[in-house]
Design a protein around this ligand. Structure first.
Ligand SMILES: *Cc1c(COP(=O)(O)O)cnc(C)c1O
Length: 498
């Protein structure tokens, strides 16, 4: 057991009167001439909090944090999520007081530095994607999709074509794509993949028509494959008068190599928290800037940052704007991190990011496909998908392999997605891992493969070395136990004290 009971049970360690700090007695007294808190609102008894010294509290939280898997502690090949290393210099920049102490309602003249960061990041993203304008407002990839589709809707409406009510989505697309289209009342039409895991061009040509508002495409798709008929795809969609939406969440496969703008796309969203290195996971933070071609620029959310001479300002002047997506101007800290990341790497560094991401993925694919078949055996981009179907005879599923990897000190890949691959294991090593780490990962896979053959039970019941085994993930999300009391009791049970 990895659990160290002495580090865990803060309540049991509590001793009356033990404290880590002392608050000044008069700190909470009523100011002179004023009444204090009315008696009815005052506590009748002290709160039931543990009483501990400062080192005990520090150890408690540090030990708790060490039970987590994070990119700073573990290899984290979670497909589609780009869990790559986040250079600490970005954190340093985002924490600088001259940035962090600025309020979004301050007069523009006093926030010129911030506005310049917004402006210049937009210029970089335009250059990277080949689009004409960007909004940095959306607070997630999915909100970027919503923003993009709202502009698509407004565009068609402005041309008297509000009757376009279908959105085409390939069956390998990210789940947020059909969800976004459905949220806006669109009819979602699925496009089949061909045997090579790409959009089936015939199926697309059959389905795209005068009722189509747009095609939402993830490229590279969720199998990690580049759509090599991309120009035929964009051509077919444009000929029907529809628009093209590019899900660029996983842009670390493309930096400095190709641009959606050149492929004919009208809208693209990026995930700053994947490609441009902000720590993410566990629900945030996110930032999903959206870039558009000139024809969609009138519909962009407000405000946008403009520049006049040497002065930067926020412009609300956009009559056809879809409005605001979010309070204030976007996830400023992430915008700054992305800016620093891009400026640090420069053009050639960004290209190397993608080349290394692709190289790492292909290296891992070539080694792992000897153990589990790869969904489409072709060169991949930044990620690839294996099928664990061969384990089914022994009752072992992709989820079990993911759980067993935790015992070996690796975060699990994405499992059971994309849905087009049975027993999918979607692996994204990212550019920031060394060959030695990748080799250790292959060794763990080899061990698990051997275990499936000789002792499948140990895989089916994994993890064995972590404080929590297999929580009911739905229950954990819908009815989380958030009180520390219950948590501690839970841990007590685990270590056999009750
Ligand atoms: C992660 C991802 C999204 C959604 O991004 P969020 O920030 O999680 O909302 C959309 N599309 C693809 C391809 C992704 O990988």
């Amino acid at each position: 057991m990895l659990i160290d009971p002495s580090s865990e049970l803060s309540f049991e360690k509590s001793r009356p009167g033990r404290t880590g700090c002392e608050l000044p007695k008069d700190r909470f007294a009523a100011p002179a001439g004023r009444d204090g808190l009315p008696g009815s609102l005052r506590r009748k008894s002290a709160p039931a909090l543990p009483e501990l010294s400062e080192p005990e509290v520090v150890r408690h939280f540090v030990n708790l944090s060490r039970k987590n898997f994070s990119i700073d502690t573990h290899f984290y090949p979670l497909g589609s999520c780009s869990m790559k290393y986040n250079p600490k210099v970005n954190e340093w920049a985002a924490a600088l007081e001259s940035f962090s102490a600025v309020h979004p309602l301050q007069p523009e003249e006093t926030a010129q530095g911030w506005l310049r960061i917004f402006y210049e990041l937009e210029q970089s993203l335009k250059a990277i994607t080949g689009m004409d304008r960007f909004t940095l407002e959306p607070a997630a990839g999915a909100q970027g999709e919503l923003t993009g589709l709202m502009m698509v809707k407004a565009y068609h409406a402005s041309r008297g074509e509000a009757g376009r009510r279908k959105v085409l989505v390939p069956d390998s697309s990210h789940g947020t794509n059909p969800a976004t289209a459905a949220l806006l009342g669109y009819e979602v039409v699925e496009i089949k993949s061909n045997v090579r895991g790409r959009v089936d061009l015939e199926s697309l040509r059959e389905k795209v028509d005068r009722q189509t508002a747009c095609l939402m495409l993830t490229n590279p798709n969720t199998l990690g494959l580049f759509e090599d008929e991309i120009l035929k795809i964009t051509d077919a969609v444009h000929k029907a008068g529809a628009l093209l939406y590019y899900d660029g969440a996983n842009f670390n496969a493309l930096l400095g190599i190709v641009r959606p703008g050149d492929m004919g796309f009208d809208v693209v969203h990026l995930n700053l928290h994947k490609t441009f290195s902000t720590p993410h996971g566990g629900g945030g933070p996110g930032s999903g800037p959206v870039g558009v071609k000139e024809k969609l620029a009138p519909f962009l959310p407000v405000p946008l940052v403009e520049k006049s001479g040497e002065r930067y300002f926020l412009s609300l002047d956009r009559k056809q704007s879809i409005g605001r997506l979010k309070l204030f101007h976007g996830q400023a800290g992430m915008i700054l991190r992305a800016y620093v990341y891009i400026r640090t790497l420069g053009r050639s560094g960004l290209k190397q990011v993608s080349e290394d991401a692709i190289l790492n993925a292909n290296y891992l694919k070539e080694r792992l496909k000897k153990l589990f078949p790869v969904a489409v055996d072709e060169p991949c981009m930044h990620e690839f998908v294996l099928s664990a179907k061969t384990g089914e005879g022994k009752g072992v599923h992709a989820l079990d392999i993911g759980k067993r990897l935790l015992d070996y000190g690796f975060h699990a890949p994405t499992v059971h997605f994309p849905l087009v691959v049975p027993e999918a294991l979607m692996i994204e090593p990212t550019e920031s891992e060394s060959k030695e780490t990748l080799d250790r990962f292959v060794e763990a896979f080899q061990k698990i493969k051997d275990e499936i053959d000789t002792n499948p039970e140990i895989v089916k019941t994994a993890p064995h070395l972590l404080p929590i085994e297999r929580p009911d993930e739905v229950l954990a999300a819908r009815k989380p136990i958030l009180t520390f009391r219950d948590c501690d009791l839970f841990v007590l049970e685990k270590v056999g004290h009750t």
